[in-house]
Design a protein around this ligand. Structure first.
Ligand code: DOR
Ligand code: ZN
Length: 352
């Protein structure tokens, strides 16, 4: 890493949590990630979801086909865990380098999670196998019980699942608690052993629930887990700038057409791929911790996954940039609105 007051060069980052979708949307959104990031963990919550090796290999081919010629970007595929996932298929996919990880959605916790896990006893054999072979489990850590208040679902998941049985019964299982949103999440990961990490999104570092709800409801700031009270945003900022290598970059960039966001029952998801790194840079600067940005964005994730960091670099400069407007979805009348569209950020990527 090299840094002056106005310019910082870091190893090329990776995105450890990304939704790329499929078809026309995939082609529209992929370049924003692939231009900057070396690799990305690709979420499997398509409709229908990616639940076995053959589907993951085919999805990976579609992603590579959508990549502009000559670009280097490696999609790292995940397996959507269901009640019926076969441990042998998971292990084969991991050994054949198709699957990098398995994604756990509690059924009905979020977008396209209806095929997720309905009872924990159904996944015990898969977890045991993953623990044995060292394969990471990526968790959408929210209790799906409709009785539990939406703002308490992450903390409830930590109590009722992670602390209650999962880390006791599978102590060596590699776990990433995805897109943490709470003080409880940050503390759980900071206190855990080295086999537990967390991704943190740009939006959870800059938004609190007033931003979402006070003075009018903002559908483009609605995501899951939902943004919380400000003390949680502050705790996440402290965690990512603490120097603890358990925390790493995962944008959870999750594009939806505007028609599905600005409607009676809008979808959860924020499309931040075009400007996530600039938002992170702003946050690290505000925390007086720009020297920690490279570890968070480019080193801690590969370290956790047992991969080498990327060799090439990117440069960010302190130069005001306006976040781009909507992007069209080919073959449709719809478009996608980027996070903070039309607002100004202090940092710009000037070299990739
Ligand atoms: O906000 C979200 N959007 N959270 C998720 O867990 C899923 C994602 C999506 O797929 O749109
Ligand atoms: Zn996600």
């Amino acid at each position: 890493m090299t840094a002056t007051e106005n310019k910082i060069t870091i190893k090329r980052p990776d995105d450890w949590h990304l939704h790329l979708r499929d078809g026309a949307t995939l082609s529209a959104v992929l370049p924003y990630t692939a231009a900057l990031y070396g690799r990305a963990i690709v979420m499997p919550n398509l409709t229908p979801p990616v639940t076995n090796v053959a589907e993951a290999a085919a999805y990976r081919d579609r992603i590579l086909d959508a990549l502009p010629d000559g670009w280097s970007f490696k999609p790292l595929m995940t397996c959507y865990l269901t009640d019926n996932t076969d441990p042998d298929d998971v292990e084969r996919g991991y050994r054949e380098d198709v699957f990098t990880a398995v994604k756990l959605y509690p059924a009905r916790a979020t977008t396209n999670s209806e095929f997720g896990v309905t009872a924990w006893e159904n996944i015990r054999d898969v977890l045991a196998r993953m623990e044995k072979i060292g394969m990471p489990l990526l968790i959408h850590g929210e209790e799906a019980d409709p009785e539990i208040d939406i703002f308490d679902r992450e903390a409830a998941f930590i109590d009722n699942v992670l602390n209650d049985w999962m880390i006791r019964d599978y102590p060596e299982l590699k776990i990433v608690l995805e897109h943490i949103t709470t003080k409880e999440g940050a503390e759980f990961v900071a206190d855990a052993k080295g086999n537990i990490g967390a991704t943190v999104t740009p939006h959870h570092l800059v938004l609190n629930r007033n931003d979402l709800l006070a003075g009018g409801i903002r559908p483009h700031l609605y995501c899951l887990p939902i943004v919380k009270r400000d003390k949680h945003r502050v705790a996440l900022r402290v965690a990512v700038t603490s120097g603890d290598n358990s925390f790493f970059l995962g944008t959870d960039s999750a594009p939806h057409p505007i028609s599905a966001k600005e409607t009676d029952c809008g979808c959860a998801g924020i499309f931040n791929a075009p400007n996530a790194i600039e938002v992170y840079a702003n946050v690290f600067e505000e925390m007086d911790a720009l020297d920690k940005l490279e570890a968070f964005a480019s080193l801690n994730g590969p370290g956790f996954y047992g991969l080498e960091p990327n060799r090439d670099t990117i440069t960010l400069e302190r130069k005001s940039c306006m976040v781009m407007g909507e992007i069209d979805i080919p073959e449709s009348d719809d478009s996608i609105r980027p996070f903070l569209s039309g607002e100004h950020l202090n940092w710009s990527v000037t070299k990739t």
